[in-house]
Design a protein around this ligand. Structure first.
Ligand SMILES: [Zn+2]
Ligand SMILES: [Zn+2]
Length: 241
């Protein structure tokens, strides 16, 4: 890809900069992407987790095992997991990955998700297929690559799982979710996914991959489409939430 080539050149010509804060990196380690300060500022998602959306549960919700937001509205996936909180350095790295064409970040970010799967013993053995949340073709043209697919490829390869990239498709071009309230988000994505060959996923356990889970509306709608087509269990794994 052209932008990959350009990035490689930039790294040779100019001193490397921290991808999160843009400060010059003092030591040039081969895989160093961010500075020590920004590395410290990455916030891990820690247990106890909400049994639906996977967010860290604050003390008052321990007993219920579910967060107030999930209590209010049922999401269609069986359970979601996220290793990081969407702020600070992780937010900036995801931004660079998603909107600045830095597809090479897929490998280290994918590795962070793989570490989480191993650390918390996520039921990866029960998963039949891994599916990235698709982008609508107009958005794919704008961004050149689907960031969720890059992450999904890394995870599928690591755990030797089949990757389905054509089964779940995005039918409608939806408005950017970031500008919308939760109820509007749910309405905005309603019916936006469809399944091309339902027989492939019938009775199967699926792990759906995306970069960020905000309200869970997109993941929930994707899960609804998969379940309607006959999927058994649908788990969601996003890098951050
Ligand atoms: Zn930094
Ligand atoms: Zn929740």
């Amino acid at each position: 890809m052209l932008h990959k080539f350009i990035n490689a050149l930039v790294n040779i010509v100019y001193p490397k900069k921290c991808l999160a804060c843009k400060e010059k990196l003092k030591i040039h380690l081969q895989n160093e992407l961010i500075c020590a300060k920004c590395l410290k500022n990455i916030k891990k998602n820690t247990p106890p987790f909400c049994s639906s959306c996977g967010r860290h549960l604050v003390k008052t919700n321990f007993a219920k095992n579910i967060c107030p937001s999930c209590l209010r509205g049922k999401l269609h996936f069986d359970r979601a997991f996220s290793p990081y909180t969407y702020k600070g350095s992780i937010k900036r790295l995801i931004h660079e990955f998603k909107y600045k064409g830095k597809d090479y970040l897929g490998s280290p970010l994918g590795a962070m998700m793989i570490d989480f799967i191993n650390e918390y013993n996520l039921p990866i053995n029960y998963i039949d297929f891994i599916i990235p949340v698709p982008l609508h073709k107009t958005k794919l043209r704008e961004r050149e690559f689907n960031q969720a697919q890059v992450l999904a490829e890394a995870i599928a390869k690591k755990f030797n799982k089949g990757l389905l990239t054509e089964t779940l498709t995005r039918q409608r071009y939806t408005r950017a979710q970031a500008d919308l309230e939760i109820n509007e988000r749910l309405k905005n994505v309603k019916g936006s996914f469809s399944i091309t060959n339902p027989q492939v996923i019938k009775g199967k356990n699926l792990l759906v991959i995306d970069d960020v889970l905000t309200t869970g509306a997109t993941s929930s709608e994707a899960a609804a489409a998969l379940k309607e087509a006959g999927a058994n269990i649908v788990f969601i794994l996003t890098l951050a939430h």
